[in-house]
Design a protein around this ligand. Structure first.
Ligand code: HEC
Length: 184
């Protein structure tokens, strides 16, 4: 039934002259915490991995314990496909996600998890997003050149961009403390 509906919708959109193709929405879809969990957190972790171990090296030998743990997980798509873009392409992809993610953090109208509007008009928040974009681009260029030192250095600055926003708009003593996103 689901498939039938999408075929019908497609044919309406594709018949020339009958309807204008609609672009994607310009509205934010999730709240800021969801964007952070879905985009910033996993991709920043990939960059931190790239600092810990030089990308593009040989896949480490698995001992039998690791192999058992992997086969217990192998059912999931993320573990099965984890090595497809491994190495420099994975680092470049993570850097692009973060650089473009900075724009998504700036979309007007996005709320924080607690219902307070994301402080997209505040200079220090805007500066955090700008830093995230700039240093992620540095990490991207380093990954494209396969220059580990350059990536290593850029990732330190990416981390600073996260802190630049979090110290004011996220972190209380235990980092989950409310109020978040509130303008002082
Ligand atoms: C432009 C400002 C800004 C930048 C840059 C930024 N964050 Fe955030 N982040 C926030 C704010 C504000 C919150 C609180 C969001 C909420 O409560 O809805 C947050 C929340 C989070 C959370 C917690 C989500 C939760 O479960 O409550 C994580 C994880 C996170 N950020 C990761 C990162 C990482 C990693 C980076 C850097 C790569 C980063 N953020 C960069 C502003 C930013």
């Amino acid at each position: 039934m689901k498939r039938l509906v999408s075929v019908l919708v497609l044919s309406v959109v594709l018949v020339p002259g009958t309807a204008l193709a609609q672009g994607v929405s310009e509205e934010p879809i999730g709240n800021l915490a969801e964007l952070m969990r879905g985009l910033m957190f996993p991709n920043a972790n990939k960059l931190f991995d790239a600092q810990a171990v030089e990308p593009g090296g040989p896949v480490p030998e698995m001992n039998s314990e690791t192999r058992d743990a992997v086969s217990a997980l192998i059912g999931s798509a993320s573990s099965r496909f984890a090595t497809i873009y491994r190495g420099w392409p994975e680092v470049a992809g993570a850097a692009v996600a973060l650089a473009d993610g900075a724009k998504l953090a700036m979309l007007p109208g996005r709320l924080c998890d607690n219902g307070v509007p994301a402080p997209v008009d505040q200079a220090d928040y805007i500066e955090g997003a700008r830093m995230l974009e700039e240093y992620s681009i540095d990490a991207l260029n380093g990954a494209r050149e396969q220059n580990w030192d350059a990536v290593w250095e850029a990732v330190n600055y990416v981390n600073e961009s996260c802190t630049h926003c979090h110290k004011t708009y996220r972190d209380g003593p235990d980092s989950r403390q409310e109020p978040r996103c509130e303008v002082q």
